[in-house]
Design a binder for this molecule. Structure first.
Ligand SMILES: *Cc1c(COP(=O)(O)O)cnc(C)c1O
Length: 427
């Protein structure tokens, strides 16, 4: 940017409630004016609501006009402890005054502490840190392939996945999810995934070949409509994996870190995986992802086998550690389960009252889906007009993903807003 052009017109503006925005007219903007470029400066890959928030407090978000929204979206299951949580703010402030980045060429104390607390509270013996859910899944896929090749079976690289799955938007995780709408136009999908219907044990057994390395499954499918694993499904997969020497891998990017009232959703079924992907809620709003594994599953992951420049950086892991300490604090998950029971009871009453619009209440804990008899976006818009945020999912589902810190008053507020929104909905 030329000093005379760029910085001379850089200006400071103040919004209504005193928040300061710096505006930088960029070279891109000037190009747009000259060459009549119509694409937005942000690559238009999202269908965004015309909403922006400037402040958050607990389960509430506020826009620049001071309008208050009850946040039952949590940035898609990310801000688990709500907004502006004092312990997270404190952890971030301390981290910000320390060392921001050193790379994984040296030790990172907060990364070690976060790995220790994850290992202490799960099946896992070891953790790799990345920056997102998709990266966590990429690591899971690599761990599975390397496990087999290090064990003398390099031909075993294929992974069994399930219809309706969502594992991320990188090329390999897209192939794992196998959603046509996501793969379309991006060339040949990455090889090595065999997809069968969700919940279908016989189909899993049938598709296993001499090239199969692992099974990858979400205990609760999020994006395709909060579809909960049938009761006997995960235990059956555990047995199949053990018998065929496959790794069992759970994608708990959305269901993990307390969302279902257990630290991880698979605890509801009493089975443990060999490998697990975690992300979304782990950073409380900062980008972080983790691949957890048993010592045996990670047998091939030696120095040089995988890496990430930013993965496990001091800032994200400091906040992740604060999140994990809070969620594993005695009594925390019991409170989540109590809130979840109250929410589900209220939602069942609403389903009875609005049975022509709500066909089913799904989910576990505070991972909730309302299957609608029509377009869920209508309900979501009615909720938004009443100051409440929710998230759409497949199968006509409105997803409710409140922060885990909600109390009875927030539940009552949400139920009242839902009641109003459903009364106003016609489909
Ligand atoms: C969100 C999500 C991912 C992808 O996470 P990103 O951080 O967007 O890469 C993967 N798996 C599941 C189950 C998810 O919900």
């Amino acid at each position: 940017m030329r000093a005379d052009l760029g910085f001379a017109i850089r200006r400071l503006t103040e919004s209504a409630d005193g928040l300061i925005f710096w505006r930088f007219p960029t070279a891109g903007l000037l190009n747009r004016e000259r060459e009549s470029i119509v694409i937005s400066a942000i690559m238009p890959t999202y269908a965004r609501a015309d909403l922006a928030f400037v402040r958050g407090e607990g389960p509430y978000l506020f826009d620049a006009d001071g309008r208050k929204y009850l946040d039952f979206a949590s940035g898609i299951a990310v801000t688990t402890l709500g907004h502006n949580h004092p312990k997270l703010v404190e952890a971030l402030r301390t981290a910000a005054e320390g060392v921001w980045h050193t790379s994984n060429l040296v030790r990172i104390p907060t990364q070690e502490a976060l790995a220790e607390i994850l290992v202490a509270n799960t099946f896992a013996d070891t953790v790799f840190f990345g920056n997102s859910g998709a990266e966590a899944l990429e690591c899971c896929i690599k761990v599975a392939r390397k496990f087999q090749s290090a064990g003398g079976n390099p031909e075993r690289y294929r992974i069994i996945t399930f219809e309706g799955a969502f594992h991320g938007r990188t090329l390999a995780t897209l192939a794992a999810g196998n959603q046509k709408k996501h793969l379309d136009g991006f060339g040949p999908p990455v090889d090595g995934f065999d997809q069968v219907p969700f919940g279908d044990v016989a189909a899993v057994e049938q598709v296993i070949s001499s090239e199969t390395a692992a099974i990858l499954v979400e205990p609760i499918q999020g994006e395709s409509g909060v579809r909960v694993s049938p009761d006997s499904f995960l235990p059956a997969l555990r047995q199949i994996a053990d018998k065929a020497d496959l790794l069992l891998m759970f994608d708990e990017v959305q269901s993990g870190v307390g969302r279902t009232g257990r630290l991880f959703a698979h605890e509801h079924w009493g089975v443990t995986p060999d490998v697990m992907a975690v992300a979304k809620a782990l950073g409380g709003g900062l980008p972080i992802g983790a691949c957890l594994a048993t010592e045996r599953a990670a047998q091939g992951m030696v120095a040089g086998s995988h890496g990430s420049t930013f993965g496990g950086n001091p800032i994200a892991t400091a906040v992740g550690l604060a999140v994990m300490k809070e969620v594993t604090r005695p009594g925390f998950l019991e409170a989540v389960r109590r809130s979840a029971d109250a929410l589900h009871q209220g939602l069942e009453k609403l389903r009875a009252k609005h049975g022509n619009k709500i066909a089913e209440v799904r989910g576990k804990g505070l991972f909730v889906g309302l299957r609608c008899t029509g377009d869920p976006n209508v309900v979501i818009a009615e909720l938004r007009a009443r100051g409440m945020l929710s998230v759409v999912a497949g199968d006509n589902v409105v997803r409710l993903l409140p922060p885990l810190i909600i109390d009875q008053s927030h539940i009552e507020e949400a139920l009242a807003k839902l009641d109003d929104a459903l009364s106003a909905t016609s489909f």
